[in-house]
Write a protein that binds this ligand. Structure first.
Ligand code: EPZ
Length: 422
């Protein structure tokens, strides 16, 4: 298994290009199942999660080719010959559940393995299933699989989600495009990835209004056609690299970054004493003089502070002047990076969903272990600021969501290298 070794203490300066969003791409790819015409995604990120989704779609009979070194995904689902998403693939990645809505909507039947829990929380899919039932699907949970049927096709309905779910909104949004009549989704997720999915579906001929607000209205159509769609910029990769000059000092231009993607996060950086400005080419982040200030964080659905940046923000706050309180409200077990940061000298007290971080002058390099995707990159950020060497193991988590981390940070002066196959 690969490791990443970081030698801390360099102020970082330069330019980092931001890729297309993993989480948008993982929802856009299953949209190919809605049409028998080709769907092409440009600006796709090159990540292991995208390869897993490719594998899943291929197992259903879709053709997926990556062109231009993986930046373009050309997909076609004209010949779906299998409607079962197997446990062996689904267990690797929870976003696999997103094939359920589209297959059911197009062909009236689908069998998808239940994804099971994961490191950051139980992550059930009950909201996805209830919403599809509201569209008329008949579901049967047997042997760890959801067996879904809609013999007469899905029918539009009004669905109010009890709380915001990104994945459930995406699954039902896709399914509703081919349902008979009108579907109204209330308390829908407002994330940029939802807006991106709606815009792709519209390019395929879907009738959708209200994406980006908490009420989305979908008028079902008979069929969807082919389209080419650029994947939106990855706001989590953007936020992660915004923290690099924040934590080390320095000045970095995040190419392609836009403030609208990271509003609540940028506001917290500003409160901490980090300067963020939008330029024609992207977002520029500079650390003002001196130590950063402590700030309190509460994770919330978009447009609130994203849970996917909580671990990275914690790394920054470990060296802030004062005590910060971080409240994690989306997932029940998303502080696994805390004990690893403590190995580097951080002072953190975790009680349930709240972590109290008392800043120290300097972190110290240590061997640490990545426990999930965002936790792994938070340890790399901490390593960039720490004295001495930090070696992060289990970086396969990192490869699920960040492409070429060593190259991107290395180009800004970081001393970082991948140690292969340790
Ligand atoms: C998406 O997960 C992202 N994944 C996650 O990205 C992100 O952390 C999360 O949204 C929140 O922003 C993808 O887009 C592929 P949810 P998703 O449904 O859709 C509970 C990353 O690091 N819930 O909005 O699975 C759930 O357990 C990650 O890239 C139910 O109880 O998240 C969680 O507590 C990890 N029942 C909360 O809702 C359901 O049926 C929000 O989850 C669905 C969700």
């Amino acid at each position: 298994m690969d490791q990443i070794a970081v030698r801390g203490g360099q102020a970082l300066s330069g330019t980092i290009p931001i890729a297309g969003a993993k989480n948008a791409c993982l929802a856009l790819m299953p949209a190919t199942l809605l049409s028998d015409e080709p769907l092409t995604l440009t600006n796709a990120p090159r990540l292991s999660d995208i390869s897993t989704m490719t594998q899943l779609l291929a197992s259903l009979g879709a053709e997926v080719s990556d062109l231009q070194d993986g930046k373009v995904l050309a997909m076609s689902s004209h010949d779906l010959n299998n409607h079962t998403a197997d446990y062996d693939i689904v267990r690797k990645m929870r976003a696999s559940i997103l094939v359920l809505g589209p297959m059911l909507a197009r062909d009236g039947h689908a069998v998808v393995s239940l994804p099971g829990g994961c490191a950051i929380g139980a992550r059930p899919v009950d909201l996805h299933l209830k919403a599809l039932e509201a569209l008329g699907a008949e579901l049967d949970l047997r042997d760890g699989y959801v067996h879904a049927k809609a013999p007469g096709g899905l029918k539009g309905a009004e669905i109010e989600f009890p709380f915001v779910s990104v994945g459930a909104t995406e699954n039902v949004l896709m399914a509703a495009t081919l349902a008979k009549g009108t579907t109204v989704l209330k308390n829908a997720a407002r994330e940029p990835e939802i807006v991106d999915l709606a815009s792709c579906l519209r390019a395929m001929g879907a009738q959708i209004e209200g994406e980006g607000t908490s009420q989305i209205t979908i008028q079902g159509v008979e069929r969807l056609h082919g389209a080419t769609h650029p994947v939106v910029t990855d706001r989590i990769e953007l936020g992660t690299y915004m923290l690099a000059p924040a934590i080390t000092g320095g000045d970095i231009l995040l190419e392609g970054g836009k403030i609208g993607l990271v509003g609540a996060f940028a506001e917290k950086l500003d409160q901490a004493g980090i300067h963020v400005s939008e330029e024609p080419g992207g977002l520029r982040v500079k650390r003002k003089n001196g130590r950063v200030s402590a700030v309190d964080i509460v994770t919330e659905p978009f447009p609130g502070f994203p849970t996917d940046l909580q671990a990275q923000m914690m790394a920054l706050l470990c060296t802030a002047d004062g005590t910060s309180v971080l409240e994690e409200r989306i997932f029940e077990n998303r502080f696994m990076h805390a004990p690893e940061l403590m190995r580097m000298g951080a002072q953190i007290d975790v009680h349930g969903g709240t972590a109290k971080v008392t800043g120290v002058e300097r972190l110290k390099g240590a061997p640490v272990m990545a426990t999930d995707l965002r936790a792994s990159v938070s340890l790399i950020l901490a390593g960039l600021a720490a004295e001495g060497e930090t070696v992060v193991s289990r970086v396969y988590h990192l490869d699920r969501g960040y492409e070429r981390v060593e190259e991107k940070l290395g180009a800004c002066g970081a001393q970082i290298e991948r140690v292969q196959g340790v």
